[in-house]
Design a protein around this ligand. Structure first.
Ligand SMILES: Cc1cc2nc3c(=O)[nH]c(=O)nc-3n(C[C@H](O)[C@H](O)[C@H](O)COP(=O)(O)O)c2cc1C
Length: 401
């Protein structure tokens, strides 16, 4: 998405200015072209030479120094820009942007830039919390600038607080996610896609639960693939250890009942629902309110059936494209075909979880895609990221049929 994009990086005079050097490298790693602007404050922290070498372009520092006699440098840069990124953004530069002051190269060129602007503030927590900074922040948001929120953590001053410069990879990921979401040519542009991921947890008592081996990796890969095709993705997940890609809304749930509630709340407006979670068929009939004690030598647990979420969504389905997963250890295709027919879904992704290349907790998968009135379509062993892309391509093709 960032390949060939013209990124104008504005570095202002905060202690995090040195991290902007890594940010240039990350943008270049994504094959973007980068030009850097430094305020006078920024130059006190990092010399223009550093950014010139990394970006392979002269750094813009002085509004009256014209690089070419036939061009006005700040307008030429503004017109060249596909995306402007202010990182780190000082409280001072934010104040200038909020009021339209143009008294140096950075503020003047930003005022002349019509391309999307991303602002990554970084400062001391008290400067961040100051009403003036918060007021300016609200104005920048109102003016359509995208704010990349500072992290909370250990500050240069030696204490904790909000104001840390986010990791450069996070800034790049947020810029990329935003550009994808704005791209109207993508096939899922603006569509709401719900994806479930992970094994549900069915409470036995306050400290124990029944679950399964699902890692959530397939669901997360599907969420990312849908986002990359332009969808607005909500991931309903039972796992918390996997990184959530930028631009995706995650809702953490535990049990099948909680997952069902989260899905039903959002089902009406969804264009596509991908049920990649491993939902427990049964749950303890009477979960204990206190920890179960080991008083007896045996313990019999009574289970009761969970609602069949996929079948319920199949019944409620109107315009939604519904994708279910069938994880089996035997008679894979027969069971999956039955699921496809009985539950009124548009696609079943069948995977043999006993295979060494496929299933729970692995990075690769090997699946067969079943659709009504079509021959089963096997997808060869591949990384889950690739399998997810292939599944979505098939779903989009079926949607537009
Ligand atoms: C050592 C030092 C560290 C600073 N760190 C920050 C910072 O992290 N964030 C910030 O907003 N201002 C910081 N400042 C204040 C700015 O440098 C100051 O407001 C300056 O006028 C900003 O100019 P600029 O916005 O044109 O770069 C720092 C100042 C000094 C001396």
């Amino acid at each position: 998405m960032l390949t060939g994009k013209h990124i104008a990086l504005y570095v202002s005079g905060g202690i995090a200015a040195y991290k902007a050097a890594t940010l240039v490298r990350e943008f270049i790693r994504q094959k973007a072209q980068v030009r850097v602007v430094e305020t006078a404050g920024a130059q006190a922290f990092v010399t223009p030479l550093t950014f010139q070498v990394l970006s392979k372009h002269e750094v813009y520092t002085d509004r009256f120094a014209q690089l070419a006699p036939d061009q006005v440098a700040h307008i030429e840069l503004a017109d060249w820009t596909d995306v402007a990124v202010v990182a780190p953004a000082t409280a001072d530069l934010m104040a200038k942007l909020a009021t339209g002051i143009a008294d140096d190269f950075a503020s003047t060129a930003l005022l002349a830039t019509t391309a999307p602007k991303f602002i990554a503030p970084a400062m001391n927590v008290h400067m961040w919390e100051n009403p003036a900074t918060q007021r300016n922040l609200a104005v920048l948001k109102q003016d359509g600038m995208r704010i990349i929120d500072p992290d909370t953590g250990f500050l240069a001053e030696g204490y904790q607080g909000k104001g840390r410069f986010p990791a450069p990879v996070k800034i790049v990921a947020e810029v990329e996610a935003d550009l994808i979401a704005a791209d109207t040519t993508l096939p899922l542009h603006g569509q709401q896609v719900l994806v479930t991921a992970g094994g549900t947890r069915e409470r036995l008592d306050p400290v124990r639960y029944l679950t399964n081996d699902s890692s959530g990796k397939m669901g997360y890969a599907l969420a990312l693939a849908a986002r990359n095709l332009g969808a607005q993705v909500t991931l309903i997940s039972t796992v918390s250890q996997l990184p959530v890609p930028a631009g995706i809304t995650v809702i953490h749930v535990d049990s099948a009942a909680a997952m069902r509630n989260a899905l039903l709340k959002r089902f009406a407006t969804a264009a596509m629902v991908i049920m990649a979670a491993a939902v427990a068929d049964f749950r303890p009939a009477a979960p204990a309110t206190n920890k179960i004690k080991k008083t007896a030598t045996t313990y019999t647990l009574e289970l009761t059936k969970n609602p069949d979420i996929l079948a319920e969504l199949g019944q409620r389905k109107q315009h939604q494209f519904l994708i279910g997963f069938a994880a089996e250890t035997q008679h894979l295709l027969a069971y999956a075909q039955r699921k496809l027919a009985q539950k009124q879904v548009d696609m079943i992704v069948a995977n043999d979880v006993s295979s060494p290349h496929a299933g729970f907790n692995r990075d690769t998968n090997e699946v067969t895609v079943l659709q009504p009135n079509q021959a089963p379509q096997p997808l060869k062993v591949a990384h889950k990221t690739k399998i997810a892309q292939q599944i979505l391509q098939l779903a989009i093709a079926a949607q537009t049929d």
